[in-house]
Design a protein around this ligand. Structure first.
Ligand code: ATP
Ligand code: MG
Length: 275
């Protein structure tokens, strides 16, 4: 069963792309088949996965315009997962898609095309992660329409909660009008510094409002996570024992455990514990 997770927060620089690339690598390291879709014209997830965004033949842009399917646009990324890349061209897609009748469901259709294609063979992916841009535009809406859930990376700072309530309102609207099944996968505290009392206060608020939707796993501030994109690899490949790489492995473990708990007991296996 495929689970499609949009990684979104309209606030910039909170760790969306870092989470997308490193979670993709961590799920792949736990033998899950992962496709990462970059829907940000900045193309950071593309570069961070070791793909040159300036030399793309196909991309999420050509997929959105209906020129190719997802399977034709995918590339093997550094880190054991597949990637649908993006670059600045994608910024033009919004305008071009506006003229299309079904514009808000274009990516959804493309992802459903993928689902249909793999259903016909065997399942090709267990997880599809979508790295969203830091705006609430048509591209983000496409991702939210296509997703089963949204993973929200955030920094525990003063304005974080305010930004979060805007995002929650947006998700409510998306659920009401576009995608009723959209859940919150979880809130992820990134660049976390436990010595910071503000971070502790924000955590208390998050626990109050979001309960078990708040991931227990904390992503610390870690220089390897910041350096890895310049090497075009996830931190797990750059330095597997780094705190950052281990934190994202732990996040993948937490997600998988939650998921398997939600499924029928017969489906659950002891693999996570055994590893
Ligand atoms: P944008 O909104 O522009 O897409 P983003 O939300 O995707 O940004 P990232 O690009 O993942 O955020 O991270 C912003 C910056 O912070 C990057 O330089 C990244 O390397 C760095 N960074 C992210 N997470 C961490 C971390 N846990 N430790 C140290 N640096 C980090
Ligand atoms: Mg980003």
């Amino acid at each position: 069963m495929i689970r499609t997770i949009a990684i979104a927060n309209q606030k910039g620089g909170v760790g969306k792309t870092t989470t997308a690339v490193n979670l993709a690598a961590s799920l792949a390291a736990q033998n899950r088949r992962v496709l990462l879709i970059d829907v940000d014209p900045q193309g950071n997830a593309t570069m961070g996965s070791g793909v040159n965004k300036n030399a793309l033949e196909q991309s999420v842009y050509t997929v959105l315009l209906g020129e190719v399917g997802l399977l034709d646009a995918r590339i093997k990324a550094q880190g054991g997962f597949d990637l649908i890349p993006a670059n600045r061209e994608l910024a033009g897609a919004e305008i071009e898609m506006v003229s299309m009748p079904d514009r808000e469901t274009k990516l959804k259709d493309a992802i459903h095309t993928l689902k249909a294609a793999i259903a016909a063979v065997a399942e090709e992916y267990d997880y599809i992660l979508i790295d969203c841009p830091p705006t609430l535009n048509l591209l983000t809406l496409n991702a939210l329409c296509a997703a089963d859930s949204v993973l929200i990376p955030m920094q525990c700072e003063y304005y974080a909660l305010e930004g979060l309530s805007d995002l929650v309102q947006t998700l409510k609207k998306v659920r009401a009008h576009l995608n009723p099944r959209l859940e919150i996968e979880g809130l992820l505290r990134t660049m976390y510094d436990p010595r910071n009392t503000l971070a502790q206060n924000v955590t208390a608020e998050l626990e109050k409002h979001f309960g078990d939707k708040l991931f227990r796993t904390l992503i610390p501030r870690n220089v390897r996570l910041a350096e890895a994109p310049s090497h075009g690899v996830p931190a797990l490949k750059l330095e597997p024992q780094s705190k950052g790489a281990l934190a994202y492995l732990a996040l993948a473990g937490e997600m998988l455990r939650r998921m398997e708990q939600d499924q029928a007991p017969t489906v659950a296996t002891e693999t996570e514990e055994a590893r």
